[in-house]
Design a protein around this ligand. Structure first.
Ligand code: ATP
Length: 357
């Protein structure tokens, strides 16, 4: 329903190429998160979709019709920002009705009130109708801002870090509400965030970006289980994936403490002939298993208890590494323990980040 093709954006004031060449197709009714580190271009994409910026080149289509030359008002979008931007002198009802009562598509006041009431019911803010924004919590103000974006029945809802100003507990609550709400209405929604947990919990699909390039566009579990490249593997997961630079020597990828035997790899997952001299091996902390006999022994440096998991820290192949073990594993600091890995759970990348296993 939204298709973005070869979209490029160079900011004219400093010549910075914020988006290199973006191609994306977003299905009608999907909730898609744009996720990535600060400065990767998330807000730039959102502003291009909204029409607040013009692309340097490329095209954006809503329902097969190009919108790049359309004024923001004519794109049929709802926009919600991190700062709620409510009118402080107006009540909640007046704020929500406002978009309906201005512009050339003015709705009669009584009708506008009826529409506002309908959406306020869906977003659970009916009792706030007579309050002014100054007397409300951040979560309530953000619900009002979302309701105001929805009253014009937009085709697309664009949300730019809408939960950043809320405390952790409220973020959890409102993000669930947003998912429920947009699914109930069936509106195509694009949500910008730099919080991977937030993106994983609410999205149908996630766009992972870095340096103005889409690194992977996929369903949440694939980003974790089947990362397209080293950037995605490192970005997704907490604690982050363990990374080891290893030298190719005969049939092994060699490290100072442990090596990977290439003929033990699952052949169906190999996308390369391993003819380079160096590779990067990624092993998620949950796939280091405490076992004997083991692939390597390591001295446990520290143990952290996080929720139901124990995270043990050790140094192997010259890298600070982490393993997640069961709460019942009685591993102690300064103890030497044996670890093994599951060959079908590791990832191997070329030096440029391309995944080959
Ligand atoms: P954040 O999470 O920090 O908001 P982002 O991923 O949304 O980051 P953008 O705001 O899209 O990133 O910015 C992408 C890049 O473009 C950044 O390096 C930023 O400094 C640059 N940039 C953004 N706006 C402008 C502008 N008006 N003029 C020049 N450069 C800009």
């Amino acid at each position: 329903m939204i298709s973005i093709a070869n979209l490029r954006k160079v900011y004219e004031d400093n010549g910075y190429e914020a988006l290199k060449s973006i191609d994306l197709n977003i299905k009608e009714g999907d909730l898609v998160c744009l996720l990535g580190p600060s400065g990767c271009g998330k807000t730039t994409i959102l502003n291009l979709l909204a029409g607040l910026l013009d692309p340097t080149s490329g095209d954006i289509k809503f329902d097969n019709v190009s919108v790049v030359n359309k004024h923001p008002k004519d794109r049929n979008i709802g926009l919600v920002f991190q700062n709620y931007a409510l009118y402080p002198h107006m009540t909640v009802m007046e704020n929500v009705m406002f978009p309906l009562t201005v512009g050339n598509k003015k709705t009669k006041k009584s009708k506008a009130k009826e529409i506002a009431q309908k959406y306020m019911k869906i977003t659970n803010i009916t009792e706030l109708a007579d309050k002014k924004p100054g007397n409300m919590s951040g979560g309530q103000q953000q619900r009002v801002a979302i309701t105001r974006a929805l009253v014009q029945n937009p085709k697309v809802l664009l949300l730019d870090e809408p939960l950043s100003n809320l405390d952790a507990r409220l973020r959890l609550k409102i993000r669930e509400e947003i998912r429920r709400l947009v699914k109930e209405i069936g509106i195509t929604t694009i949500f910008v965030t730099h919080d991977q947990e937030e993106a994983l919990s609410i999205s149908d699909k996630i766009v992972i970006m870095d340096q103005g390039i889409v690194q992977q566009y996929d369903i949440p579990q694939n980003l974790y289980l089947e990362p397209a490249n080293l950037f995605v593997a490192k970005f997704m997961g907490n604690p982050i994936i363990n990374i080891f630079e290893m030298k190719k020597e005969e049939d092994y990828l060699k490290g100072s403490d442990f090596s990977i035997k290439l003929d033990k790899l699952d052949k169906t997952r190999v996308k390369d002939d391993f003819n380079k001299s160096k590779y990067i091996v990624g092993i998620r902390p949950e796939y280091f298993k405490l076992t004997t006999p083991s692939l390597f022994n390591a001295e446990i440096e520290t143990v952290e208890l996080i929720g139901k998991d124990r995270i043990v820290n050790f140094t192997i192949n010259g890298e600070h590494s982490k393993a997640i073990t069961d709460i019942n594993d009685k591993v102690k600091e300064n103890e030497i323990v044996g670890f093994d890995i599951e060959y079908d759970k590791i990832y191997i990348f070329e030096e440029d980040g391309r995944r080959v296993y």
